[in-house]
Design a protein around this ligand. Structure first.
Ligand code: ADP
Ligand code: MG
Length: 325
């Protein structure tokens, strides 16, 4: 692969290498190649998680090996829907300049007896053939729930596929970084959470006020609007318990209103956004118990993705300051 790049361009060219990798991925039919869009700067809040990722951006280089760094294995992002888990996975590809391969866990289970196990092995082989690469399993609990003994209906296929994957996670030596996300912690097989499978398990909670402000800024800039022209404090005040995706919804639906107005008055205003915020019932309101349960779960099992969610006296906050991330 590298030699082809040198022959074609007489230099080491990242885009040629990526092109080759894309070809291998498409041929596999199970993985999907994700083009890099925004990097970590497109994520509001989640400072701890972003710092962790930023610190490892050169961790797959030969210099890192020479220096004695171990290869990062992967992370598991768990949390409230719409708060930036999938967004983060996509951003890492751009931030690390590595190909991002999405594995659709649902697709693995093809239906034919034996095919599912073949599929997971093929996916792993493809990811390794394109290494260094990032393998992204989005909402993995949907595919791997029911791996316990209660699920006998598929003759244990789910368990075997899951077993193959977990064993690979534990033992892999190829530079493939795994990012798995999940919205429902209670559906995750507990084996996944054991030490040695992931480097870290991060809990992604609803954004705080400060984080919502950053998300408003990001979403407004994405629509080519100047965040300095609206009253961000008012917007933050009017959107308690909104997820990042609901903040995005506020901006987008206000844009529709603005476009619908007379051409002379066509501009996105704070009032329009306040109006659209009123029309949205955040998921957190209807999911209150579910979120409380998740937080409870995360308290002992996961690291918080956001620094601002911590009280400054918590042992974790003290530890974070020592680490200076
Ligand atoms: N922290 C965030 N910063 C900026 N945008 C966000 C954030 N969280 C969510 N969004 C917006 O909401 C959309 C959906 O978020 P996503 O990452 O898919 O949520 P999930 O945690 O369920 O995977 C994103 O594509 C982005 O536009
Ligand atoms: Mg998601």
């Amino acid at each position: 692969m590298i030699s082809k790049s040198i022959v074609r361009n007489k230099t080491f060219d990242l885009s040629t290498i990526l092109g080759e990798k894309k070809h291998i991925i498409r041929k596999s039919g199970i993985l999907e190649y994700y083009e890099a869009e925004a990097g970590l700067e497109g994520i509001g809040g989640l400072e701890v998680l972003k710092a962790w990722l930023q610190k490892r951006r050169h961790a797959f280089t030969s210099q890192a090996r020479d220096f004695g760094l171990p290869l990062p294995k992967g992370i598991l992002l768990i949390g409230v829907p719409g708060c930036g888990k999938s967004l983060t996975a996509k951003a890492v590809g751009a931030a690390w300049q590595m190909p991002l391969l999405r594995l659709d866990v649902g697709k693995i289970f093809g239906g034919l007896v034996g095919a599912s196990e073949e599929n997971i092995r093929k996916a792993i082989k493809t990811a390794e053939a394109t290494a260094p690469s990032i393998l992204w399993l989005d909402e993995m609990e949907k595919g791997f729930s029911g791996t316990g003994s209660s699920n006998m209906s598929d003759g244990g296929t789910t368990s075997r596929v899951f077993g193959t994957f977990v064993t690979w996670l534990q033992e892999k030596t190829a530079p493939v970084f795994v990012i798995a996300t999940a919205n429902n912690v209670h559906q995750l097989p507990p084996e996944l959470l054991r030490k040695g499978r992931f480097d870290e398990i991060f809990f992604v909670d609803l954004p705080t006020r400060e984080e919502r402000k950053q998300i408003f800024e990001i979403q407004l800039r994405k629509k080519d609007r100047d965040p300095g022209k609206v009253d961000l404090d008012k917007l933050v005040e009017a959107t308690p318990e909104f997820s990042g995706s609901e903040v995005e919804q506020v901006v987008v639906s206000a844009l529709y209103d603005a476009f619908d107005a007379l051409p002379t008055e066509r501009d996105l205003t704070t009032e329009q956004m306040l109006h659209s915020a009123k029309e949205i019932v955040p998921l957190a309101v209807t999911m209150q118990e579910g979120i409380a349960g998740m937080r409870d779960w995360a308290r002992t099992r996961a690291r918080l993705a956001s620094l601002s969610q911590l009280s400054s006296k918590s042992p974790f906050a003290v530890e974070m300051r020592k680490l200076e991330v």
